[in-house]
Design a protein around this ligand. Structure first.
Ligand code: DAH
Length: 339
Protein backbone atom coordinates (compact mmCIF):
# COMPACT_ATOMS: atom_id res chain seq x y z
CA UNK A 1 0.00 0.00 0.00
CA UNK A 2 2.72 2.39 0.96
CA UNK A 3 4.62 1.55 -2.23
CA UNK A 4 1.53 2.11 -4.29
CA UNK A 5 1.17 5.57 -2.72
CA UNK A 6 4.81 6.44 -3.39
CA UNK A 7 4.37 5.33 -7.02
CA UNK A 8 1.36 7.56 -7.38
CA UNK A 9 3.27 10.48 -5.86
CA UNK A 10 6.18 9.96 -8.28
CA UNK A 11 3.86 9.58 -11.27
CA UNK A 12 1.96 12.76 -10.42
CA UNK A 13 5.12 14.74 -9.85
CA UNK A 14 6.59 13.78 -13.20
CA UNK A 15 3.27 14.42 -14.94
CA UNK A 16 3.12 17.86 -13.31
CA UNK A 17 6.57 18.75 -14.62
CA UNK A 18 5.37 18.31 -18.22
CA UNK A 19 1.99 19.96 -17.75
CA UNK A 20 2.07 23.44 -19.23
CA UNK A 21 -1.59 24.14 -19.78
CA UNK A 22 -4.66 24.38 -17.57
CA UNK A 23 -6.29 21.43 -19.36
CA UNK A 24 -3.31 19.16 -18.68
CA UNK A 25 -3.41 20.02 -14.96
CA UNK A 26 -7.08 19.28 -14.77
CA UNK A 27 -6.55 15.93 -16.52
CA UNK A 28 -3.91 15.03 -13.88
CA UNK A 29 -6.21 16.02 -11.03
CA UNK A 30 -9.02 13.89 -12.41
CA UNK A 31 -6.75 10.94 -13.17
CA UNK A 32 -5.45 10.73 -9.57
CA UNK A 33 -7.82 12.58 -7.31
CA UNK A 34 -11.14 12.52 -9.16
CA UNK A 35 -13.99 10.27 -8.03
CA UNK A 36 -12.52 7.36 -9.95
CA UNK A 37 -8.94 8.57 -9.53
CA UNK A 38 -6.06 6.33 -8.54
CA UNK A 39 -5.34 8.05 -5.21
CA UNK A 40 -9.03 8.13 -4.40
CA UNK A 41 -9.17 4.37 -5.02
CA UNK A 42 -6.34 3.86 -2.52
CA UNK A 43 -8.08 5.95 0.09
CA UNK A 44 -11.31 4.03 -0.49
CA UNK A 45 -9.43 0.73 0.03
CA UNK A 46 -8.22 1.80 3.49
CA UNK A 47 -11.03 -0.17 5.18
CA UNK A 48 -9.33 -3.39 4.24
CA UNK A 49 -6.16 -2.53 6.15
CA UNK A 50 -5.31 -3.83 9.58
CA UNK A 51 -6.05 -1.38 12.45
CA UNK A 52 -2.38 -0.58 13.13
CA UNK A 53 -1.55 0.00 9.47
CA UNK A 54 -4.55 2.18 8.87
CA UNK A 55 -3.44 5.40 10.67
CA UNK A 56 0.06 5.32 9.17
CA UNK A 57 -1.13 4.74 5.63
CA UNK A 58 -4.01 7.15 6.17
CA UNK A 59 -1.63 9.88 7.27
CA UNK A 60 0.68 9.26 4.35
CA UNK A 61 -2.20 9.20 1.87
CA UNK A 62 -3.56 12.48 3.23
CA UNK A 63 -0.17 14.07 3.17
CA UNK A 64 0.31 13.04 -0.46
CA UNK A 65 -3.15 14.25 -1.41
CA UNK A 66 -2.64 17.64 0.23
CA UNK A 67 0.76 18.02 -1.33
CA UNK A 68 -0.58 17.19 -4.79
CA UNK A 69 -3.50 19.53 -4.42
CA UNK A 70 -1.16 22.31 -3.35
CA UNK A 71 1.19 21.69 -6.25
CA UNK A 72 -1.60 21.59 -8.79
CA UNK A 73 -2.92 24.89 -7.38
CA UNK A 74 0.52 26.46 -7.55
CA UNK A 75 1.01 25.31 -11.11
CA UNK A 76 -2.41 26.65 -12.07
CA UNK A 77 -1.56 30.05 -10.59
CA UNK A 78 1.77 30.08 -12.43
CA UNK A 79 0.17 29.16 -15.74
CA UNK A 80 -2.54 31.79 -15.31
CA UNK A 81 0.14 34.41 -14.62
CA UNK A 82 2.11 33.33 -17.69
CA UNK A 83 -1.00 33.58 -19.88
CA UNK A 84 -1.73 37.06 -18.53
CA UNK A 85 1.86 38.19 -19.06
CA UNK A 86 1.85 36.93 -22.65
CA UNK A 87 -1.41 38.73 -23.33
CA UNK A 88 -0.03 42.02 -22.00
CA UNK A 89 3.10 41.61 -24.07
CA UNK A 90 1.11 40.93 -27.23
CA UNK A 91 -1.09 43.94 -26.67
CA UNK A 92 1.67 46.38 -25.93
CA UNK A 93 1.30 49.70 -27.82
CA UNK A 94 4.40 51.38 -29.09
CA UNK A 95 3.56 55.06 -28.73
CA UNK A 96 6.68 56.03 -30.65
CA UNK A 97 5.43 54.40 -33.88
CA UNK A 98 4.53 56.89 -36.63
CA UNK A 99 0.78 57.48 -37.04
CA UNK A 100 -1.19 56.17 -40.00
CA UNK A 101 -2.29 58.93 -42.36
CA UNK A 102 -5.90 59.01 -43.48
CA UNK A 103 -6.18 60.34 -47.00
CA UNK A 104 -8.99 62.85 -47.21
CA UNK A 105 -11.14 63.08 -50.31
CA UNK A 106 -11.35 66.45 -52.02
CA UNK A 107 -13.67 68.09 -54.48
CA UNK A 108 -12.61 67.82 -58.12
CA UNK A 109 -11.12 71.13 -59.35
CA UNK A 110 -13.99 71.50 -61.85
CA UNK A 111 -16.50 71.04 -59.02
CA UNK A 112 -14.66 73.65 -56.97
CA UNK A 113 -14.78 76.19 -59.81
CA UNK A 114 -18.40 75.28 -60.56
CA UNK A 115 -19.30 75.89 -56.91
CA UNK A 116 -17.52 79.22 -56.95
CA UNK A 117 -19.45 80.36 -60.05
CA UNK A 118 -22.74 79.16 -58.58
CA UNK A 119 -22.03 81.12 -55.39
CA UNK A 120 -21.38 84.29 -57.35
CA UNK A 121 -24.57 83.99 -59.39
CA UNK A 122 -26.68 82.98 -56.42
CA UNK A 123 -25.32 86.06 -54.66
CA UNK A 124 -26.72 88.10 -57.56
CA UNK A 125 -30.18 86.58 -57.13
CA UNK A 126 -30.01 83.74 -59.66
CA UNK A 127 -31.46 80.34 -58.92
CA UNK A 128 -30.09 77.08 -60.30
CA UNK A 129 -32.03 75.03 -62.88
CA UNK A 130 -31.20 71.45 -63.71
CA UNK A 131 -32.10 69.57 -66.88
CA UNK A 132 -31.44 66.44 -68.94
CA UNK A 133 -28.19 65.67 -70.74
CA UNK A 134 -30.09 63.43 -73.16
CA UNK A 135 -32.17 66.09 -74.88
CA UNK A 136 -34.71 66.49 -77.64
CA UNK A 137 -33.46 68.05 -80.86
CA UNK A 138 -36.26 70.55 -80.30
CA UNK A 139 -34.75 72.02 -77.11
CA UNK A 140 -31.12 71.74 -78.16
CA UNK A 141 -31.62 73.26 -81.63
CA UNK A 142 -35.08 73.83 -83.06
CA UNK A 143 -36.59 76.10 -80.39
CA UNK A 144 -33.30 78.02 -80.21
CA UNK A 145 -33.79 79.17 -83.79
CA UNK A 146 -31.43 76.53 -85.21
CA UNK A 147 -33.62 74.66 -87.71
CA UNK A 148 -32.50 71.49 -89.51
CA UNK A 149 -29.78 72.18 -92.08
CA UNK A 150 -28.83 75.41 -90.31
CA UNK A 151 -25.04 75.89 -90.63
CA UNK A 152 -24.74 76.38 -86.85
CA UNK A 153 -25.40 72.67 -86.44
CA UNK A 154 -22.13 71.91 -88.22
CA UNK A 155 -20.13 73.80 -85.60
CA UNK A 156 -21.56 71.59 -82.87
CA UNK A 157 -20.78 68.04 -83.94
CA UNK A 158 -23.63 66.22 -82.37
CA UNK A 159 -23.98 62.76 -80.85
CA UNK A 160 -27.39 61.54 -82.01
CA UNK A 161 -29.27 59.00 -79.89
CA UNK A 162 -32.21 58.89 -82.28
CA UNK A 163 -33.52 61.07 -85.06
CA UNK A 164 -34.93 63.62 -82.67
CA UNK A 165 -32.84 62.91 -79.54
CA UNK A 166 -29.27 64.09 -78.94
CA UNK A 167 -26.69 64.37 -76.19
CA UNK A 168 -27.06 68.08 -75.57
CA UNK A 169 -24.31 70.08 -77.28
CA UNK A 170 -24.97 73.17 -75.17
CA UNK A 171 -26.85 74.11 -72.01
CA UNK A 172 -28.80 76.73 -73.99
CA UNK A 173 -31.73 74.32 -74.34
CA UNK A 174 -32.40 74.97 -70.66
CA UNK A 175 -33.46 78.51 -71.58
CA UNK A 176 -36.39 77.02 -73.47
CA UNK A 177 -37.24 74.48 -70.78
CA UNK A 178 -37.31 77.21 -68.12
CA UNK A 179 -39.24 79.75 -70.19
CA UNK A 180 -41.88 77.15 -71.13
CA UNK A 181 -42.61 76.56 -67.47
CA UNK A 182 -41.96 79.91 -65.78
CA UNK A 183 -43.55 83.30 -66.16
CA UNK A 184 -41.10 86.25 -66.13
CA UNK A 185 -39.34 87.63 -64.15
CA UNK A 186 -36.81 84.85 -64.74
CA UNK A 187 -33.27 84.82 -63.42
CA UNK A 188 -31.61 81.39 -63.62
CA UNK A 189 -28.34 79.67 -64.32
CA UNK A 190 -28.23 76.11 -65.67
CA UNK A 191 -24.89 74.40 -65.14
CA UNK A 192 -24.04 70.98 -66.51
CA UNK A 193 -22.28 68.63 -68.87
CA UNK A 194 -22.48 69.01 -72.63
CA UNK A 195 -21.28 66.68 -75.39
CA UNK A 196 -19.73 67.14 -78.79
CA UNK A 197 -18.25 64.56 -81.06
CA UNK A 198 -14.79 66.15 -81.01
CA UNK A 199 -11.55 64.20 -81.03
CA UNK A 200 -9.91 64.94 -77.76
CA UNK A 201 -6.73 66.96 -77.54
CA UNK A 202 -5.31 69.62 -75.23
CA UNK A 203 -8.25 71.96 -75.86
CA UNK A 204 -11.07 69.61 -76.92
CA UNK A 205 -12.99 66.96 -75.08
CA UNK A 206 -16.15 65.08 -76.11
CA UNK A 207 -17.61 66.05 -72.75
CA UNK A 208 -17.23 69.38 -71.00
CA UNK A 209 -19.21 71.78 -68.82
CA UNK A 210 -21.15 74.95 -69.45
CA UNK A 211 -23.11 77.33 -67.32
CA UNK A 212 -26.08 78.87 -69.07
CA UNK A 213 -27.58 82.10 -67.77
CA UNK A 214 -30.94 83.63 -68.54
CA UNK A 215 -32.67 86.82 -67.41
CA UNK A 216 -36.12 87.74 -68.74
CA UNK A 217 -38.28 90.60 -67.55
CA UNK A 218 -39.86 93.83 -68.72
CA UNK A 219 -37.39 96.48 -69.94
CA UNK A 220 -34.28 94.30 -69.87
CA UNK A 221 -31.65 95.86 -72.14
CA UNK A 222 -28.12 95.27 -73.37
CA UNK A 223 -26.98 97.62 -70.60
CA UNK A 224 -28.30 95.13 -68.01
CA UNK A 225 -26.40 92.35 -69.74
CA UNK A 226 -23.15 94.32 -69.78
CA UNK A 227 -23.45 95.54 -66.20
CA UNK A 228 -24.32 92.15 -64.81
CA UNK A 229 -21.59 90.24 -66.66
CA UNK A 230 -18.96 92.83 -65.79
CA UNK A 231 -19.91 92.51 -62.14
CA UNK A 232 -19.66 88.71 -62.40
CA UNK A 233 -16.14 88.87 -63.84
CA UNK A 234 -14.98 91.32 -61.18
CA UNK A 235 -16.24 88.99 -58.48
CA UNK A 236 -14.42 86.08 -60.11
CA UNK A 237 -11.08 87.72 -60.97
CA UNK A 238 -10.98 90.87 -58.85
CA UNK A 239 -12.24 94.46 -58.90
CA UNK A 240 -9.50 95.73 -61.22
CA UNK A 241 -10.56 93.37 -64.02
CA UNK A 242 -11.92 95.06 -67.18
CA UNK A 243 -14.19 93.57 -69.83
CA UNK A 244 -14.85 94.16 -73.51
CA UNK A 245 -17.60 92.95 -75.81
CA UNK A 246 -17.01 91.90 -79.41
CA UNK A 247 -19.90 91.52 -81.86
CA UNK A 248 -20.59 87.89 -82.66
CA UNK A 249 -23.38 85.71 -83.98
CA UNK A 250 -25.53 83.16 -82.19
CA UNK A 251 -28.84 82.06 -83.74
CA UNK A 252 -30.73 82.41 -80.45
CA UNK A 253 -29.62 85.93 -79.52
CA UNK A 254 -29.83 89.24 -81.36
CA UNK A 255 -27.63 91.18 -81.00
CA UNK A 256 -24.95 88.71 -79.90
CA UNK A 257 -21.50 89.23 -78.47
CA UNK A 258 -18.50 87.51 -77.01
CA UNK A 259 -17.04 88.91 -73.84
CA UNK A 260 -13.31 89.09 -73.05
CA UNK A 261 -11.75 90.09 -69.76
CA UNK A 262 -8.38 91.69 -69.12
CA UNK A 263 -5.83 88.92 -68.48
CA UNK A 264 -5.76 87.99 -64.79
CA UNK A 265 -2.07 87.25 -65.12
CA UNK A 266 -0.65 90.41 -66.75
CA UNK A 267 -3.57 92.79 -66.24
CA UNK A 268 -3.82 93.46 -69.99
CA UNK A 269 -0.19 94.08 -70.96
CA UNK A 270 0.13 90.78 -72.81
CA UNK A 271 1.82 87.62 -71.53
CA UNK A 272 2.09 83.88 -72.10
CA UNK A 273 -1.28 83.17 -70.49
CA UNK A 274 -3.24 85.51 -72.84
CA UNK A 275 -0.89 84.74 -75.76
CA UNK A 276 0.23 88.36 -75.88
CA UNK A 277 -3.34 89.60 -76.38
CA UNK A 278 -3.98 91.12 -72.97
CA UNK A 279 -7.55 89.75 -73.23
CA UNK A 280 -9.06 86.32 -72.63
CA UNK A 281 -12.43 85.21 -74.00
CA UNK A 282 -14.79 84.00 -71.28
CA UNK A 283 -18.33 83.72 -72.62
CA UNK A 284 -20.89 84.16 -75.37
CA UNK A 285 -23.97 86.28 -74.75
CA UNK A 286 -26.73 88.33 -76.29
CA UNK A 287 -30.28 89.56 -76.11
CA UNK A 288 -32.70 86.63 -76.33
CA UNK A 289 -34.00 86.44 -79.91
CA UNK A 290 -37.67 87.46 -80.18
CA UNK A 291 -38.38 84.20 -82.02
CA UNK A 292 -37.03 82.19 -79.08
CA UNK A 293 -39.21 84.10 -76.61
CA UNK A 294 -42.22 83.50 -78.87
CA UNK A 295 -41.35 79.78 -79.20
CA UNK A 296 -41.64 79.57 -75.41
CA UNK A 297 -44.96 81.41 -75.20
CA UNK A 298 -43.46 84.68 -73.95
CA UNK A 299 -44.61 87.82 -75.76
CA UNK A 300 -41.51 89.55 -77.19
CA UNK A 301 -43.44 92.82 -77.33
CA UNK A 302 -43.89 92.77 -73.59
CA UNK A 303 -40.71 91.07 -72.40
CA UNK A 304 -37.04 91.14 -73.30
CA UNK A 305 -34.14 89.17 -71.91
CA UNK A 306 -30.48 88.37 -72.12
CA UNK A 307 -28.62 85.08 -72.06
CA UNK A 308 -25.05 83.93 -71.72
CA UNK A 309 -23.06 80.72 -71.89
CA UNK A 310 -19.82 80.14 -70.00
CA UNK A 311 -17.35 77.30 -70.58
CA UNK A 312 -16.27 75.96 -67.22
CA UNK A 313 -13.07 74.16 -68.24
CA UNK A 314 -11.59 77.25 -69.80
CA UNK A 315 -12.07 79.20 -66.57
CA UNK A 316 -10.56 76.40 -64.50
CA UNK A 317 -7.60 76.09 -66.88
CA UNK A 318 -6.91 79.81 -66.57
CA UNK A 319 -7.34 79.84 -62.84
CA UNK A 320 -4.93 76.97 -62.20
CA UNK A 321 -2.62 77.51 -65.21
CA UNK A 322 -3.48 74.13 -66.70
CA UNK A 323 -2.52 73.70 -70.33
CA UNK A 324 -4.17 70.37 -71.11
CA UNK A 325 -7.91 69.85 -70.80
CA UNK A 326 -7.53 66.07 -70.62
CA UNK A 327 -6.06 66.31 -67.13
CA UNK A 328 -9.53 67.11 -65.78
CA UNK A 329 -10.99 63.86 -67.04
CA UNK A 330 -8.22 61.34 -66.45
CA UNK A 331 -8.69 61.28 -62.67
CA UNK A 332 -5.00 60.84 -62.01
CA UNK A 333 -4.60 61.27 -58.25
CA UNK A 334 -1.23 62.98 -58.70
CA UNK A 335 -3.11 65.73 -60.52
CA UNK A 336 -6.24 65.82 -58.35
CA UNK A 337 -4.32 65.91 -55.05
CA UNK A 338 -2.92 69.32 -55.95
CA UNK A 339 -6.26 71.09 -55.47
N1 DAH B 1 -24.46 77.89 -76.35
C1 DAH B 1 -23.33 78.66 -76.85
C2 DAH B 1 -22.18 77.71 -77.18
O1 DAH B 1 -22.22 76.58 -76.78
C3 DAH B 1 -22.88 79.65 -75.81
C4 DAH B 1 -23.85 80.78 -75.67
C5 DAH B 1 -23.72 81.90 -76.43
C6 DAH B 1 -24.92 80.70 -74.80
C7 DAH B 1 -24.60 82.95 -76.32
C8 DAH B 1 -25.81 81.75 -74.68
C9 DAH B 1 -25.63 82.88 -75.45
O2 DAH B 1 -26.85 81.73 -73.86
O3 DAH B 1 -26.51 83.91 -75.33
O4 DAH B 1 -21.27 78.11 -77.84
Amino acid sequence: MKEKLEQIRAAVESALKNADAMEALEDIRIKYMGKKGELTAVLKGMGKLSPDERPKIGALANEIRQKLEREIDERKTAIAAAIEAKKLEDEVIDVTMPGRKNDEGKLHPLTQVMNELKEIFMGMGFSVADGPEVEYDYYNFEALNIPKNHPARDTQDTFYIADNIVLRTQTSGMQVRVMEKTKPPIRIIAPGKVYRSDTQDATHSPVFHQIEGLVVDKNITMADLKGMLEMFVKKLYGEETRVRFRPHHFPFTEPSAEMDYSCFNCGGKGCGVCKGEGWIEILGCGMVHPKVLANCGIDPEEYTGFAFGIGLERIAMGKYSINDLRLFFENDLRFLEQF
